[in-house]
Design a protein around this ligand. Structure first.
Ligand code: ATP
Ligand code: MG
Length: 658
C-alpha cells in the first residue's frame, strides 16, 4: 500500500486523525414514510441471499432463476437460469402497467429553451425503433457497440436498444480523444459506433464526429457509424456513416423484447483512469439491474409517483449508467437530464434547473460541490429550491465542510445528504446512509447497505477494531459486481482478488470510527507515509478545506530525507480569499491544530486549478510527479492538459517552509 520508494519502512495501520462530532438525524416525516427501514439490515443479515432474491423480485422476469448465487471465487453468477430483458424492465413494463404517460426524462439542452420531454410510451417507441435499426445494421446479440455521444436523449435510447437485443454497449465519455476512443473500440472489438455531429458545451457546439472519423479510420472492424444530428454543424461523411434520422426514423415502432440470460453481458465500461490504465469492466443483466434498482429505491427513497430526480453525472461514467439510465428507469422514475456545464450561461444554471423542474432528489459529486462553494453562497440563494428533499454525493470522499455547505446552502438544512461509496466495478452503491434511517455524520459513508458485507481490514486482512484505519474490503459477492475485466480474467484476479485471500479489494483506504461507522480515506496508492505513520490524503485535504480561505485541496506524499515522505499540499483559495504571504504558514498551522503535528504539510502551494479526470476526480499521481520533480505520467484521462503547466510553474517559488 505504500509507494515503492518508501517500501521497507514498516507501515502502521492507516492513521485515524479526524474527529467529527456533528450528526444529522433523518427528518421525522421522511423516516416515517421511508421505503427502507432499519429492518432491512436485520433481514439481510439473517439471510443475505433471500434478501437479494426479494430485491430481484422487484423486476419482471421472463423465467425465474434456479440458483440465486453460484460462487466459484472470484467468479460469481447471480440468478442463474433466470431470464429477463433489461429494456423491457426499464421501459415496456411501465407502459403495460398503465404508466405510459408518465415522464421518464425531462431533457434540458444547454442552449436556453432547448428541451424535450419523453414519457415512458415515447421511450418505448424510440427504443423499439432504435432496436430495429440496430438489427438492420447487422448488430445482433453479443456484438459490441461503442457509443460516443453528448448528453442527449438518444444516448439512453441507444443503450436501451442495445440492451433490448442483447448487444453489449461500451459507452465512451464524449470528452475523450480519438486515440482513447480508438483503444476502447479496439479493446471491445466493436462493429458499430453510435455518435452525434456534436453537442453543446460552454455555450457553443462541440464537435464529436471528427474525433470518431479519426478513430474509426484506424478501426477496420467498425462496419457502420450511426450519427445523430444534434448541432446541425457541417460534418464530413463517408461510406460507413448512416444518419440516425434516416435509419431510425423509418423503422417500425414495434419490437419484441426477447428475454436474455441473467448472466448475459449488458455492458463494458472503462474506469475513469484516476490511478492508471483504464480497465474494461464487464457487467451482466440480472444482478446488475437488481442492485441498481434496489439501491436507487432505498438510498434515494424514491417515490416514483411524486419525485423528480436529477443525477448530474455524465452518462459516460458508471454513475450515469446506474443512476440516470438503469436504476431510475427500472423503478419508473421521472428524471432530469442536463446536457451542459454548470456555468453556462451563468453559474446558477443548476439551481435554475432545480427550481424549474421542482427537483426533489439531487445526486452530484464533491468536485461540483466544492466548485459551488468557491463561486459563493449568494448564487444558490437566488433560487427557490424548497422542492428538494434528499441530496446525494458520489465520486470522491466528501469533505465534512463541503457536506455541511451542501446541506445548508442547497438542502436548506432539511435534506439528508447520502454519501454513496461505490465504483465502476461494484456497479451500484455499496456503502451509504439510508435517508430515513441513518443519523449521518458529515464526511462518512456510514454503513454497508443491507446485503453488502464490507469491512476495514489491516495489512493481514484482519478486521480492524473501531477507531482503526486500514483497507476497505468486501467479504461476500454482491449482485451487481463486475464479472471480470473484458478479455482479461488474469488482470481481474490480480487487481481485485490477490491482495486479500477470498476478499474483494477495491483499492481504497478506510477507517471505522468509535461507533463502527465507515469513512473512506482515498486511494490506497495515494496514502502518505510520514515518519512511520500512514496518513490519508482525505483527512489532510478535509482539514485544509475546513479553513475558511480554502475551496479545494489536494495533498501528496513526496520523498523527504528526514521523514520518508512529507506532505505537499496544493490548494485553491475561495473566491473571496486573497493570496497573502503568510497564507502557507496559516494553513500549515491549521492542519497541525486540526489533525495533530504529524499531518502538518511541508509545503503549501496555492494553485489556480487541480488536475482532474474527465469524471472530476483529483489525479494525485500527477501532483506527486510535480512534487518530486519527475516528468508527468499518463495524462490521457486528464480533463484539461494545460492545468499541469499552471501547477508546475508554481513549484520553484515554494520550497520547504521549515
Ligand atoms: P481507475 O480505477 O481507472 O483509477 P476510478 O477509480 O477513478 O478510475 P471510478 O470507478 O469512476 O474510477 O471511481 C471509483 C472510485 O471513486 C472509488 O474507488 C473511490 O476511490 C472513489 N469514490 C467514489 N465514491 C466515493 C465516496 N462516496 N467516498 C469516497 N470515495 C469515493
Ligand atoms: Mg478505480
Amino acid at each position: 500500500m505504500v509507494a515503492p520508494e518508501t517500501a521497507g519502512n514498516e507501515p502502521q495501520a492507516l492513521s485515524n486523525l479526524l474527529k467529527e462530532n456533528r450528526r444529522f438525524a433523518p427528518p421525522a416525516d421522511l423516516a416515517a414514510a421511508a421505503n427502507v427501514t432499519e429492518a432491512a439490515y436485520n433481514e439481510a443479515a439473517a439471510d443475505r441471499l433471500a434478501f437479494w432474491e426479494r430485491a430481484a423480485e422487484r423486476l419482471t422476469w421472463a423465467k425465474r432463476w434456479d440458483t440465486t448465487l453460484e460462487w466459484k471465487a472470484p467468479f460469481a453468477k447471480w440468478f442463474v437460469g433466470g431470464e429477463l430483458n433489461v429494456a423491457y424492465n426499464c421501459v415496456d413494463r411501465h407502459v403495460e402497467e398503465g404508466r405510459g404517460d408518465k415522464v421518464a426524462y425531462h431533457w434540458e439542452g444547454e442552449p436556453d429553451g432547448d428541451t424535450r420531454t419523453l414519457t415512458y410510451s415515447d421511450l418505448k417507441r424510440e427504443v423499439s425503433k432504435a432496436a430495429n435499426a440496430l438489427a438492420e445494421l447487422g448488430v445482433s446479440k453479443g456484438d459490441r457497440v461503442a457509443i460516443y455521444m453528448p448528453m442527449i436523449p438518444e444516448l439512453p435510447i441507444a443503450m436501451l436498444a442495445c440492451a433490448r437485443i442483447g448487444a453489449i454497449h461500451s459507452v465512451v465519455f464524449g470528452g475523450f480523444s480519438a486515440s482513447a476512443l480508438k483503444s476502447r473500440i479496439d479493446d471491445a472489438d466493436a462493429k458499430l459506433v453510435i455518435t452525434a455531429d456534436g453537442g453543446y458545451r460552454r455555450g457553443k457546439p462541440s464537435a464529436l464526429k471528427p474525433t470518431v472519423d479519426e478513430a474509426v479510420a484506424e478501426c477496420p472492424q467498425v462496419e457502420h457509424v450511426l450519427v445523430v444530428r444534434r448541432t446541425g454543424e457541417d460534418v464530413a461523411t463517408n461510406g460507413k456513416d448512416v444518419w440516425w434520422h434516416d435509419l431510425v426514423e423509418r423503422q417500425s415502432d414495434q419490437h419484441t423484447a426477447e428475454p436474455h440470460g441473467a448472466e448475459d453481458p449488458l455492458y463494458i465500461l472503462y474506469t475513469s483512469g484516476t490511478t492508471g490504465k483504464p480497465k474494461g469492466i464487464l457487467h451482466t443483466t440480472g444482478g446488475y439491474l437488481t442492485q441498481t434498482a434496489w439501491t436507487h429505491h432505498a438510498v434515494f427513497d424514491l417515490k416514483p409517483e411524486t419525485d423528480i430526480y436529477w443525477c448530474t453525472a455524465d452518462i459516460g461514467w458508471v454513475t450515469g449508467h446506474s443512476y440516470i439510465v438503469y436504476g431510475p428507469l427500472a423503478n419508473g422514475a421521472t428524471s432530469v437530464i442536463y446536457e451542459g456545464t454548470p456555468d453556462t450561461p451563468h453559474r446558477g444554471r443548476f439551481w435554475e434547473i432545480v427550481q424549474k423542474y421542482k427537483i426533489t432528489i439531487l445526486y452530484t459529486a464533491p468536485t461540483a460541490i466544492r466548485t459551488f462553494m468557491k463561486w459563493g453562497d449568494d448564487i444558490p440563494a437566488k433560487y427557490d429550491m424548497s422542492s428538494l428533499r434528499i441530496l446525494g454525493s458520489v465520486g470522491e470522499p466528501i469533505n465534512p465542510e463541503a457536506y455541511v455547505w451542501y446541506r445548508e446552502h442547497i438542502g436548506g438544512e432539511r435534506c439528508p445528504v447520502v454519501d454513496t461509496w461505490w465504483q465502476t466495478e461494484t456497479g451500484a452503491i455499496m456503502i451509504s446512509p439510508l435517508p430515513g434511517v441513518t443519523a449521518a455524520k458529515p464526511g462518512a459513508a456510514m454503513r454497508p447497505l443491507p446485503g453488502i458485507v464490507a469491512d476495514v481490514v489491516d495489512d493481514q486482512g484482519n478486521a480492524v477494531p473501531n477507531g482503526g484505519g486500514g483497507f476497505l474490503a468486501v467479504r461476500e459477492p454482491w449482485p451487481s459486481m463486475l464479472r471480470t475485466i473484458w478479455g482479461d480474467d488474469q488482470r481481474y484476479i490480480d487487481t481485485y482478488w490477490s491482495r486479500f485471500e477470498g476478499m474483494y479489494f477495491p483499492g481504497d483506504g478506510a477507517k471505522k470510527d468509535e461507533d463502527g461507522d465507515l469513512w473512506l480515506l482515498g486511494r490506497v496508492d495515494d496514502v502518505m507515509l510520514v515518519s512511520g505513520h500512514n496518513i490519508s490524503t482525505t483527512e489532510v485535504e478535509s482539514a485544509l478545506v475546513s479553513h475558511p480561505k480554502v475551496a479545494e485541496a489536494a495533498v501528496v506524499g513526496a520523498t523527504d530525507p528526514l521523514t520518508g515522505q512529507a506532505i505537499v499540499s496544493f490548494v485553491i483559495l475561495r473566491g473571496t480569499a486573497e493570496e497573502s504571504p503568510d497564507i502557507a504558514a496559516e494553513l500549515r498551522d491549521h492542519v497541525a491544530k486540526t489533525l495533530g503535528p504529524i499531518a502538518k504539510p511541508r509545503q503549501i502551494l496555492v494553485v489556480p486549478e487541480l488536475p482532474k479526470t474527465r469524471s472530476g476526480k483529483i489525479m494525485r499521481r500527477l501532483l506527486r510527479d510535480v512534487a518530486e520533480n519527475r516528468s508527468i505520467g499518463d495524462v490521457t484521462t486528464l480533463a484539461d492538459s494545460t492545468v499541469m503547466n499552471l501547477i508546475s510553474e508554481k513549484l520553484p517559488s515554494a520550497k520547504s517552509e521549515d
